[in-house]
Design a protein around this ligand. Structure first.
Ligand SMILES: NC(=O)c1ccc[n+]([C@@H]2O[C@H](COP(=O)([O-])OP(=O)(O)OC[C@H]3O[C@@H](n4cnc5c(N)ncnc54)[C@H](O)[C@@H]3O)[C@@H](O)[C@H]2O)c1
Ligand SMILES: O=C(O)[C@H](O)COP(=O)(O)O
Length: 472
């Protein structure tokens, strides 16, 4: 859907832009030949007046910490929450549910200031050759602190007690009734109880450590446990081989895994089966995602016993349940976490846009080429991860008698990524290099999705192969 409408719009836009410009630019760099290039002034924008030439345009969704945004130097970047169609180069967002129609063809990258990327159509972005980034660990401390708070909310009837005191206050009865009524809000201590951690990544591992320090026994389940996280776990933690075996021992269960839709994903992973292994008075802490828990099954559990559910996510069924406490997605809402996540996302985006470096991507392979030599030109190519692509790409450079100084080719799943530094002095001694033709040949090779020339003006030099049509 997007492609057909976008393609139609872009056909018009690229034609108009080319016709309007009607020239090929040149750039002379001291000591090296003349470089011919095209579309260094972006041809994506339909409205030239709105376009600030020579700057990267970052489109934000959600309110992003100003301290994080300040990482973008104003000399090279412009930030706005709204751009005319095809004027933005990258998207920065938090939990906004990003629709495919909001992702213009000019977008080269998307960064999530936070951990979960289930609000971004990641699989589709992979097909389109657009890297999606997140900020691992940036908000983990904030979430961990709220999970600890959840332990206490689930142990003592704090919210009910607070509400009761408000009611008594309105009636002027607080002092008279407090000592008698407090018996309604008794609880238990967490020391000596068992906490099961499902997902021992940045949040889960930190929670396990703190819970252990508070005197709790800990058990954990995580089939993808990283070495980095394993090193943070308390020594005493017992590692289990299934969710059920972990929860069956637990008085408290903390869920800290990503939400992944579809087959093999985590939708409703805490369902009837797993819940049937809960102790009658178990407390489930869900600071991960609402969709991980089957609300019907949870309701049955809460209706029949003394169990509790503390969740950071809206729930149409459980929002008013007497044994549930629902918070308005506050896990990462601290000044510190918002700032750290925004700063990390800003740095990641800049590294990608300015150097082609990829780190913290959820759909692209990590890639970092050493700084490009002065005067050299960096070209990045995104292609489908199918046989013969590297040879085909190298062949284009060879045909143009261009020497590759350094390069990296790496892949992840269905996508491959190349970063190539070339010597602008062509092999046959010619004094001119035609990047315009080179980029078109590279980009239009079957299987290539996009290419980028990192040389010259910010925001320019991006081309895409959209189902066999060339867009610059
Ligand atoms: N409430 C909030 O505001 C808030 C803030 C940050 C993160 N989150 C949520 O918490 C999740 C975890 O965040 P994180 O920073 O710890 O991420 P992380 O990537 O560091 O850790 C996730 C861990 O879960 C493990 N895992 C994945 N699938 C699993 C499964 N089926 N069973 C057991 N373990 C599994 C992974 O191997 C990984 O170790 C995020 O994906 C996000 O949805 C919520
Ligand atoms: O996945 C995350 O990082 C959290 O859910 C935080 O979301 P937020 O940035 O919208 O608070």
């Amino acid at each position: 859907m997007l492609l057909s409408t976008a393609a139609a719009r872009l056909s018009r836009a690229s034609f108009t832009a080319t016709a309007r410009r009607g020239f090929t630019s040149t750039k002379v760099v001291a000591g090296i030949p003349t470089v011919h290039y095209d579309h260094f002034v972006s041809g994506w924008n339909e409205n030239d007046e709105a376009y600030t030439q020579g700057k990267f345009h970052i489109q934000t969704f959600n309110k992003i910490s100003p301290l994080g945004l300040a990482r973008f130097p104003t000399s090279n970047y412009e930030i706005a929450d709204d751009y005319p169609k095809n004027n933005a180069h990258a998207i920065l967002l938090r939990s906004h549910k990003l629709q495919e129609t909001e992702i213009d063809v000019s977008i080269r990258a998307i960064a999530r200031c936070g951990a979960g990327t289930n609000n971004v159509p990641v699989a589709r972005m992979t097909e389109l050759g657009i890297p999606v980034f997140n900020t691992p660990g940036a908000n983990a401390n904030a979430v961990k602190e709220l999970v600890l708070c959840g332990l206490f909310l689930g142990s003592r009837r704090l919210v009910d007690g607070i509400n009761h005191m408000k009611k008594l206050g309105e009636q002027g009865l607080q002092k008279e009734r407090v000592e008698k009524d407090k018996a309604m809000f008794g609880g238990r201590e967490i020391a000596g109880k068992t906490l099961a951690i499902i997902g021992m990544g940045h949040i889960g591992a930190a929670t396990a450590r703190e819970a252990s320090a508070l005197g709790m026994e800990t058990v954990g389940y995580d089939p993808g446990l990283s070495i980095e996280s394993a090193l943070k776990l308390p020594r005493e933690i017992q590692i289990m081989d299934s969710i059920s075996s972990a929860v069956s021992k637990a008085d408290y269960i903390s869920l800290n895994i990503p939400y992944i839709k579809g087959e093999g994903g985590t939708h409703g992973i805490i369902g009837k089966n797993v819940i049937s292994d809960f102790k009658n008075d178990a407390v489930l802490l869900n600071f991960a995602r609402g969709e991980l828990v089957d609300s019907e099954a949870m309701k049955e559990f809460l209706d029949r016993g003394n169990g509790r559910y503390i969740s950071d996510f809206p729930d149409d069924l459980l929002w008013n349940h007497k044994n549930a406490i629902i918070l308005p997605h506050l896990g990462a809402s601290t000044e510190e976490a918002e700032e750290t996540a925004a700063a990390m996302a800003a740095d990641t985006i800049q590294d990608y846009l300015e150097r082609g470096t990829i780190r913290n991507s959820v759909n692209f392979p990590a890639a970092a080429l050493p700084e490009r030599q002065k005067g050299s030109i960096r070209i990045t190519v995104v292609n489908k991860n199918v046989p013969g692509m590297l040879a085909a790409i190298s062949e284009v450079f060879a045909r143009h008698k261009i020497n590759i100084i350094q390069q990296i080719n790496t892949s992840r799943g269905a996508v491959a990524y190349n970063v190539i530094d070339i010597d602008p002095v062509v092999g046959d001694g010619a004094t001119e290099i035609n990047l315009k033709d080179l980029q078109k040949e590279l980009t239009m090779h079957e299987g290539v999705l996009s290419s980028r020339l990192i040389f010259g003006k910010a925001g320019a030099g991006y081309a895409r192969n959209i189902e066999g049509e060339y867009f610059v």
